[in-house]
Design a protein around this ligand. Structure first.
Ligand SMILES: [Zn+2]
Length: 313
């Protein structure tokens, strides 16, 4: 199962919450994966399509438990799912479609007529509990989130601009969430690419188990990145130390070949002999081998004088 499906399966098991929130979630679901049609005699039906079995079950339960509406469930291949299995729920007007559309503010009475609204009702933006449920509904119907192992992307894909604009506004209503919008094959994609923001969305929707899994992978990646940086840095230091040591050894050996070691001042001679015995030691280690011990800057200064002596002597 993909990371996305796992998140949806977890969300499909969360509690429906208060009745205001149940309406908000349902509105999000209908706007993201639903289509409304006229059944004749003024009845309005709703058809909801999802590729996720757990999501289909949640929608069916949400409708029956919280709205006493009975949707028929069809399993089959659907053009939307490009040959993959899809679940279609059909809610007819008489069995609750008319009422559900009113309760989710998708259809509003306008005098003796009815008016079809666009996007998501302001009503669901007023309370934080409803905004969370609305976001969960939109994600269940139109959302995907990449596996953190391969990258950071959470997106909601909509067919209509008004719902996409509502979704963007919804993200913006939470602290530090700023969604981008782009077109893809005639659809509108509302997306987040920042790992911290994606974590926030998983928390808001209530996907706590997947949030932990997401965080584990993210930390692992960060740690690996840091370890590589540290290793590279350490290797660079080692390379530098080795280059210095071999330059010092060259200088000392050239002095020795010319039998000039005895002409070195006694302090420098000590340092040169210690270096010959310890070609891999760091300056600090060389310093500690002196009697009495000297600091690494003193060793460094002596080495410079030895190299100068080798060049001039
Ligand atoms: Zn609420």
């Amino acid at each position: 199962m993909s990371f996305s499906s796992e998140v949806k399966s977890e969300l499909a098991r969360t509690a429906f919450g208060k009745s205001c929130c149940a309406s908000a979630e349902l509105a999000g679901i209908i706007r993201s994966c639903g289509a409304i049609h006229i059944e004749g005699k003024g009845d309005l039906g709703v058809r909801l399509v999802t590729e996720n079995a757990a999501v289909a079950r949640r929608i069916k339960t949400l409708l029956s438990e919280r709205f006493s509406a009975d949707a028929s469930l069809l399993v089959g291949e659907h053009s939307f799912a490009r040959g993959r299995r899809a679940y279609a729920l059909h809610l007819s007007g008489k069995r609750g479609g008319n009422r559900i559309l009113r309760e989710t503010d998708i259809v509003k009475p306008a005098g003796s007529r009815r008016h079809m609204e666009e996007g998501l009702s302001e009503r669901f933006f007023r309370k934080k509990c409803c905004r969370k449920a609305l976001l969960r509904g939109l994600f269940l119907g139109a959302g995907t989130v990449s596996d953190p192992k391969s990258g950071y992307n959470l997106e909601l894909v909509f067919a209509d601009e008004a719902t996409a604009a509502s979704a963007r506004k919804l993200f913006g209503s939470f602290t530090d969430l700023k969604a981008g919008v782009r077109q893809r094959r005639g659809r509108i994609v509302v997306y987040l690419k920042d790992s911290e923001q994606i974590k926030d969305v998983l928390t808001i929707m209530g996907a706590h188990a997947k949030l932990l899994a997401f965080e584990d992978v993210r930390l692992m990646k960060e740690l690996r990145g840091r370890t590589n940086r540290v290793n590279n840095c350490e290797l660079a230091n080692v390379d530098r130390a080795l280059a210095t040591s071999s330059r010092e050894l060259d200088a000392i050996q050239s002095i020795r070949r010319r039998n000039l070691l005895d002409e070195l001042p006694s302090g420098l001679l000590d340092t040169a002999l210690i270096r010959l015995d310890h070609p891999d030691a760091t300056l600090a280690e060389l310093g500690a081998l002196h009697t009495p011990p000297i600091g690494k800057s003193a060793v460094s200064a002596r080495m410079k004088r030895i190299e100068k002596f080798a060049e001039e002597g």
